[in-house]
Design a protein around this ligand. Structure first.
Ligand SMILES: N=CN[C@@H](CCC(=O)O)C(=O)O
Ligand SMILES: [Zn+2]
Length: 406
């Protein structure tokens, strides 16, 4: 991953050849994919130094021949909740039998996460990150949100920062039981919001790049538009960038709030009004609609119309939302296949949304594209073209390219 703890890239200069199809996602050509055949890529240290025709490749210290595999930017998974303990598979099974998702299960993960030791959480987190990398993901955003005390949120973000620079404070995930009127209640949701926007934010901010809020007036557990605004403004005042969980369970103010405040990303977007779409079109290039079709899959919800969003001119991204409740999948190829099958994207548009699109949602220009100067974060397919990602759904053909082992 793009992380303080990833394996150090070799300082040698490597020319990668035998690329059956190079998907650069540089914005040129059909779907912005910038497809090249007979291409080679030169990597120096951890950066891309040259991209061009194999016949013109400059000399290098060593050559890695990929034997005709497709190469693309490593996937950018811009929405995940990887710091958690416990098991909610029974909740999934109940949902498949008809019980709707309302966010209430988050409390189960909060209890298990609070009870886990640092080492237990670290092991779980690293295993999930490794699982992502094995499927082609090279950048991941990781949220807190299963601690919901000052110490537990700061701990989650400290651990997340061990594996990625893209860390997000989600103290406003749900109102925890001790503030929601249950036995031993110390206060109310207003008191919890004071905690989130005060001492919890102060403890979290040193370890976080972003702040996020679950804005969902349809869930008694999550936050209203006014509450979400307060969280986002406090986060911004603390120097954090803005992301929003919005319009997952029904229509609401979250999408337009995200656009109004210039959030980098508004995520889920399952239920969108025409005014929401207009707002997203107006905010193209600034606020990305991050679609999470693994959630619709795992909660039996309707899929958002990605085709219509793209045709209208919105910026879109794809991510897993890997979490114990609504989608316990770490697989970007699975998400790409769903986006093609269920949301009307072409295979190329889905790849672009999962790489350059997600990079934009993190305001990153150094990942998500195979261009000179970008990080040498590459995914390689056991297949000749990117079409196979959705064509061969469920088959583990993608992996992150590790040049230190190649
Ligand atoms: N919806 C809010 N948060 C997560 C789910 C969290 C959970 O159920 O544990 C999501 O993005 O879907
Ligand atoms: Zn989420």
């Amino acid at each position: 991953m793009t992380s303080p703890h990833s394996t150090a890239a070799p300082s040698t200069c490597t020319v990668i050849t035998g690329i059956g199809e190079l998907v650069t996602c540089d914005g040129t050509g059909p779907e912005g994919l910038g497809l090249r055949r007979d291409a080679a890529v030169v990597v120096e240290g951890d950066h891309i130094a040259w991209v061009g025709s194999a016949a013109d490749a400059p000399p290098a210290d060593r050559q890695v021949d990929l034997g005709g595999s497709a190469v693309l930017p490593g996937f950018v998974d811009s929405h995940s909740h990887l710091v958690f303990a416990g098991d909610r598979s029974a909740e999934f099974a109940a949902r498949m039998a008809g019980t709707p998702y309302d966010g209430g299960g988050i409390g189960v993960s909060v209890a298990a996460t609070r009870a886990a030791t640092d080492d237990e959480l670290r092991t779980l987190l690293r295993r999930r990150v490794d699982e992502m990398r094995a499927q082609g993901t090279t950048t991941v955003e990781v949220k807190s949100g299963y601690g919901l005390t000052v110490d537990d949120e700061a701990r989650a973000l400290r651990l997340a920062a061990e594996v990625t620079h893209e860390t997000t404070f989600l103290g406003a995930h749900v109102v925890p039981p001790e503030y929601s009127g249950g036995p031993g209640a110390r206060g109310d949701r207003a008191a919890y919001l004071d905690l989130v926007t005060g001492p919890m934010l102060e403890a979290a901010a040193p370890h976080a790049r972003w702040v996020d809020v679950f804005c969902e007036p349809h869930s008694a557990h999550a936050f209203t538009g006014d509450e979400a605004r307060a969280v986002l403004l406090a986060g911004r005042a603390a120097g954090l960038g803005l992301r929003v969980h919005a319009n997952q369970l029904g229509h609401g103010p979250g999408v337009q709030l995200a656009v109004e405040l210039g959030a980098a990303s508004v995520d889920h977007c399952t239920y969108l009004s025409p005014a929401d779409v207009d707002a997203l079109v107006g905010a193209a290039g600034t606020t990305v609609a991050t679609l999470l079709p693994g959630v619709e899959f795992s909660t039996r919800s309707p899929y958002p119309d990605a085709r219509a969003l793209l045709d209208a001119g919105c910026s879109i991204a794809l991510a897993t939302d890997c979490n114990p409740g609504t989608c316990y999948s770490s697989s970007m190829p699975f998400v790409i296949a769903l986006a093609v099958r269920e949301m009307g994207l072409t295979p190329g548009e889905a790849v672009y949304a999962a790489t350059a699109g997600s990079a934009l949602s993190l305001r990153r220009s150094d990942v998500g594209r195979v261009v000179v100067g970008a990080r040498a974060d590459l995914a390689v397919l056991d297949a000749p073209s990117h079409l196979h990602l959705s064509y061969r759904a469920g088959v583990p053909i993608a992996r992150a390219l590790d040049l230190s082992e190649a």
